[in-house]
Design a protein around this ligand. Structure first.
Ligand SMILES: [Zn+2]
Length: 429
């Protein structure tokens, strides 16, 4: 019996309910068949429910306390300098660097830039600053260029024109499909990972179009998923009954009703003071500030041991945890509670990196999108985005012999590689 091969298809940001409904309504017939034959579960995302954090958990099988990615941004230790963590910041190895993993093709997994050597081939996903450093081995770059491959859609285009955004989205998808076919046909592999990330962009800009069947772009939204489903069908026909096929998203999506500016709230309540108004960035957090937020709802305490101008001691921390938890639990906008749950670092992060995490992380109620801008001059507002990430409704679909026994009833993103490993080790009886 040949070794078992594993294929992982990622649909960035696709909620359990959307996949279930589009599959049932026949817009995603291939997915429907996999759901019927496999195991389909609602999955929880990382805390916070940000792609870089969630995908880092997916590929390492660990929580941020181990992999060290807490958000899209972070502060360089002991400073107020904002940094953008990348693949080099990841403190745990992704599964394709585990010795037992064999040969892998890794296409478009977010937060894997810059690419580094592996037993196999990879093209990093967003944020990738250039295709050369996104690709291993470098000899693949000219072929990708020939396909007009691009890592991500151009967000600027989307801000200017939705029709141009949809064109760009389609073009990016078609090039991604070309790249997957090219690699599938030419490479030997034990694991093949293909992530579609246009789905997240589509949901940010056009969630309202998905929810409203009379919306101008409703059909365009559904058609994007239809085209991805065709690729899923093609892949399902290319594997054997001995293989494993997994599909998953890193977080869910829902309607965005209000952007809520957490730093404005902290200023209103006297917890945050700024040395300059408007501030240039975290470097203008004043000496007397007690706490501040980074996107989306990460609260950092201004501790002496952590920040050059921090006034707080360890002993002050306990009291502030209680005080801020109570303040956030009471926060209301137009009569609705904003925060569903206030997590303390100690409850959600374990491992050698945990101390680098925020002191509190806020999980918002449906409809509320938390923002960490220091410049905000109002508590809430709304910009062009109509969709926002959600924590509780990512999905996991596992197809293959042993799927039922190996898949937890309520999986989380950090379970994915462990399910994958367990299934790899099973042989068909
Ligand atoms: Zn997103």
């Amino acid at each position: 019996m040949a070794e078992r091969r594993t294929v992982v298809i990622g649909l960035d940001g696709m909620p359990f309910g959307l996949i279930r409904d589009l599959a049932a309504e026949d817009a995603m017939p291939n997915t429907q068949q996999l759901i019927a034959e496999g195991v389909f579960r609602r999955m929880t995302s990382s805390i916070p429910e940000i792609s870089s954090v969630a995908w880092s958990s997916v590929i390492t099988g660990t929580n941020p306390g181990v992999h060290g990615i807490f958000g899209f941004t972070d502060l360089a230790p002991g400073t107020y300098r904002l940094v953008f963590p990348n693949f080099n910041s990841l403190k745990a190895p992704p599964f394709w660097e585990w010795k037992r993993s064999g040969r892998s093709v890794i296409l478009n997994v977010p937060s894997t830039f810059p690419a580094r050597p592996l037993n196999g081939v990879m093209v990093a996903g967003f944020v990738a600053l250039d295709l050369e450093r996104a690709t291993y081995p470098p000899s693949l770059v000219p072929h990708l260029r020939e396909m007009d491959y691009r890592v991500d859609v151009d967000a600027q285009t989307a801000h200017k024109s939705l029709p141009l955004f949809l064109q760009d989205l389609e073009h990016t998808l078609q090039a991604r499909i070309k790249a997957y076919r090219y690699l599938w046909e030419r490479e030997e592999w034990d694991t093949f990972v293909l992530v579609f990330t246009g789905t997240d962009r589509l949901a940010h800009f056009l969630w309202d179009a998905y929810e409203d069947p009379t919306h101008t772009y409703h059909t365009a939204f559904v058609n994007h998923l239809r085209r991805i489903d065709e690729v899923i069908g093609e892949i399902a026909r290319r594997i054997t009954s001995n293989d494993v096929l997994m599909m998953l998203s890193d977080h869910g999506f829902g309607k965005l009703e209000y952007d809520v500016y957490i730093n404005f709230f902290l200023r209103q309540r006297g917890f945050l003071k700024l040395a300059k108004d408007p501030p240039r960035g975290p470097q203008d957090i004043a000496d007397g500030a007690l706490a501040f937020a980074l996107d989306p709802g990460r609260i950092y305490f201004h501790l002496k041991e952590r920040f050059p101008r921090g006034p707080l001691s360890r002993a002050d921390r306990e009291a502030l945890l209680d005080e801020l938890t109570a303040a956030f639990e009471e926060l209301e906008i137009e009569g609705r509670k904003v925060v569903q749950r206030v997590y303390r670092r100690e409850e959600i992060y374990t491992g050698p990196q945990a101390e680098r995490g925020p002191d509190l992380v806020l999980l918002p109620h449906d409809g509320f999108n938390l923002r960490g801008s220091l410049k905000a001059r109002k508590l809430h507002g709304k910009d062009v985005f109509t969709g926002k990430h959600t924590h509780a409704d990512a999905f996991l679909l596992v197809w293959g012999e042993g799927a039922r026994e190996s898949t937890p009833d309520r999986p989380s993103v950090s379970d994915v590689v462990h399910v994958m490993e367990e299934l790899r080790e099973r042989r068909r009886g």
